[in-house]
Design a binder for this molecule. Structure first.
Ligand SMILES: C[S@@+](CC[C@H](N)C(=O)[O-])C[C@H]1O[C@@H](n2cnc3c(N)ncnc32)[C@H](O)[C@@H]1O
Length: 216
């Protein structure tokens, strides 16, 4: 019997995509543009400890690696992390470590971070409040959170067969971040993804939200 229920994109989906991920110029440009926006918003420095959550192949944090301290690249997809490990080895990078981690299922790392970045991952996490609380607990007081994701859309970005959040309403996400203990919540539009679907070509804006854990 076949089911018409939308399905989640689990780790095996991303495992299968990992080898070709960096071939996509849109993904590469998105990583570069988001990295530049983070540079312009957060005072980065070489002693900053960083978590890149849902790192994929590391397209967001590789461009920033020479401006930061230790970077933990965490993802639930072993295939993505294999590619990350190969890139680290090929480039002789000494401050990046891959880690298989799903914060919704695994214990959180004991370490606290100065900066958490996450790009295009939060719409795959069903409970936004829960992940915001986990991020808050993983940050040092005064630490920065940078979330890049889609603005709210009608579900056409992934299509009806995929069970993901349909982007984020900025006011709603801002409120949820404040309720989780974040201050100085700011948004900017950083990128736009053009996609062809049944209705023609559509642009899907990508925001960068920056916020700080209170108590610096
Ligand atoms: C759309 S990709 C984005 C990858 C990368 N951040 C980028 O911008 O190119 C989403 C990533 O989130 C990861 N992911 C999805 N759900 C996750 C979870 N619960 N915990 C950790 N990683 C997750 C996927 O394996 C995938 O690598």
């Amino acid at each position: 019997m076949t089911s018409n229920q939308p399905t989640k994109l689990d780790a095996t989906h991303f495992d299968a995509k990992a080898r070709q991920w960096d071939d996509n110029p849109v993904f590469r440009e998105r990583g570069q543009k988001l990295a530049q926006a983070i540079r312009e918003t957060v005072p980065l420095h070489r002693h900053m400890s960083v978590l890149d959550y849902g790192c994929g192949t590391g397209l967001l944090s590789f461009p920033l690696k020479d401006e930061l301290g230790a970077i933990l690249l965490a993802d639930s997809s072993a295939g993505m992390l294999d590619v990350v490990a190969e890139k680290i080895a090929a480039q002789g990078v000494t401050n990046m470590t891959p880690l298989k981690l799903d914060l919704l299922a695994d214990p959180a790392p004991a370490q606290k971070f100065d900066l958490i970045v996450t790009s295009m991952t939060l719409h795959h996490v069903p409970d936004t409040d829960h992940i915001l609380h986990l991020f808050h607990g993983l940050l040092q007081p005064g630490g920065y959170l940078c979330i890049a994701d889609l603005d709210q859309e009608d579900g056409s970005f992934h299509g009806p067969e995929v069970d993901v959040l349909h982007g984020f309403d900025r006011a709603d996400l801002s409120l949820r971040a404040a309720q989780a203990g974040f201050a100085d919540v700011q948004f900017r539009t950083v990128f736009s993804i053009a996609k062809e679907n049944a209705g023609g070509t559509r642009d899907y804006p990508v925001f960068l939200m920056t916020a700080r854990r209170a108590g610096a």
